[in-house]
Design a protein around this ligand. Structure first.
Ligand code: CTP
Length: 421
């Protein structure tokens, strides 16, 4: 059991919403709050009205360093019921009363905390506490079952002396046990351990002269999110990136390039090392045929033409050389999304293509969100709604992993080289 801070804090940078409901065990939430803080978490406390009868919000406010939210209607002005869960890495409700479990199981939202739970996408950990044999009531049992089936982590209350003087199961679990449940829920899956992933990201820049180039609007966010997600899930990752304003993801080897030709070289020399290649880069399709070594001056003819030539299609090039690597490409389209994406999947000899309509509002270049359809060479199509690029990165990795597993169990044939070369 961990009640004092560990040397290595395990929740650094994690944003946790601590929900406190109206049980006599509410005072124990203060101890849990301190344990979460000691592990490096940033904690926002949300209390139900009845919880405030047991402990004052001021206690939580002072210790957490953040205002405590209690009122749906006050909070609604700032849309707290949406913003708090959206920003949270996890929601922990301790103590959770029988009423709180029931509302969550039934999807009721009549106060700030229960409404928040209806909008939350992050892991939810509930630590119930209740007296008088309530824990074994069939209704409570059913609600706990429903919550668990939905993915909620319910930390069983313990047996012992209850506030009423009875002995029974209903005491809030020790803070060390709840903390461990939070740590487990937030621990990154290591399901990509053993895989070596080459990811490309960002735009390329094709020089016209020493001060000018042809490029595109790619921010690199999608490729960086994939590199970050794969690294967090245990893969070894090399990120080959064009110029972006992003910080290199932690634990990822970054190779910076500028032109499509540099990117081709950087990727092809690492192809044999890799098990999976994900091309999220927006590679320039054309480059100036004769880049100049001196700056083009304004004087001279008013009309000028730029001679362009095709760059290498990197995916087709890699596809022709690969042995067993899984190849994932993107299709950035403005029209006929699925038809164009399917063509690219076949022409470039890919296993999976992420088709995204770059004209969708709030998605595509520069945005933090993206919507996409995943199409694989077995013909399966998965439409994904607008979501943060990091969530889309995980969805792409999930699909790629399913293809790797299917291949391993010989459910699908080895990839054929269908590239254009
Ligand atoms: N790609 C590549 N080499 C290029 C151009 C693109 O490897 N020279 C990759 C991209 O990284 C992406 C996929 O091919 O994964 C599709 O890129 P996209 O820009 O959508 O299509 P293009 O092949 O460039 O074709 P078009 O511009 O005509 O749509």
């Amino acid at each position: 059991m961990k009640i004092s801070g560990s040397i290595e804090q395990t929740l650094i940078g994690k944003r946790i919403v601590l929900g406190v409901t109206g049980s006599i065990a509410a005072y124990k939430a203060v101890i849990l709050l301190r344990a979460l803080l000691r592990e490096g978490a940033c904690v926002h406390v949300v209390m139900t009205q009845s919880a405030t009868k047991f402990v004052t919000p001021l206690t939580f406010e002072v210790l957490s360093g953040h205002p405590v939210s209690t009122d749906l209607f006050a909070a609604q002005q700032e849309m707290k019921h949406l913003s708090l869960p959206e920003q949270a890495d996890a929601i922990v409700i301790a103590p959770a009363t029988a009423n709180c479990l029931a509302k969550s199981a039934l999807g009721l939202g009549d106060d700030l905390l229960s409404t928040m739970l209806l909008t939350a996408q992050c892991p939810l950990i509930m630590a119930p506490a209740m007296d008088g044999g309530m824990w074994t009531h069939p209704a409570v049992k059913e609600h706990v079952q429903t919550l668990r089936a939905r993915g909620t982590v319910v930390v069983d209350p313990t047996m012992g002396l209850l506030a009423s003087g009875q002995i029974g199961q209903g005491r809030l679990a020790e803070e060390g046990v709840i903390l461990e449940a939070v740590q487990t829920a937030l621990a990154p899956r290591q399901d990509w351990h053993g895989q070596r992933i080459l990811v490309s990201a960002g735009p390329t820049q094709e020089p016209i002269d020493p001060v000018r180039f042809i490029s595109n609007r790619s921010s690199g966010k999608m490729g960086y999110a994939i590199a970050e997600a794969a690294q967090a899930r245990g893969a070894q990752v090399v990120l080959v990136t064009g110029p972006t304003a992003l910080s290199p993801p932690r634990g990822v080897e970054v190779v910076s390039i500028a032109t499509a030709e540099d990117m081709t070289k950087a990727l092809s020399m690492r192809l044999a090392w890799s098990t999976v290649v994900i091309m999220a880069a927006a590679v320039a399709d054309f480059r100036p045929k004769h880049p100049l070594s001196h700056k083009i001056k304004k004087q001279g003819p008013a009309d000028r033409a730029l001679d362009l030539e095709r760059t290498t299609d990197i995916l087709s090039f890699l596809s022709a050389q690969r042995t067993t690597q899984l190849l994932v490409g993107f299709a950035a389209e403005t029209n006929d999304l699925i038809a164009h994406a399917k063509d690219k999947l076949t022409m470039k000899g890919l296993d999976l293509i992420v088709a995204n309509d770059v004209t969708t509002a709030g998605a595509g270049f520069g945005s933090d969100q993206n919507a996409a359809t995943l199409i694989d060479r077995q013909g399966s199509m998965t439409e994904l709604p607008l979501m943060p690029k990091r969530a889309l990165a995980d969805a792409i990795l999930n699909h790629a992993q399913a293809l790797l597993r299917a291949r391993q169990s010989n459910l699908s044939p080895k990839p054929a080289n269908m590239g254009r070369g």
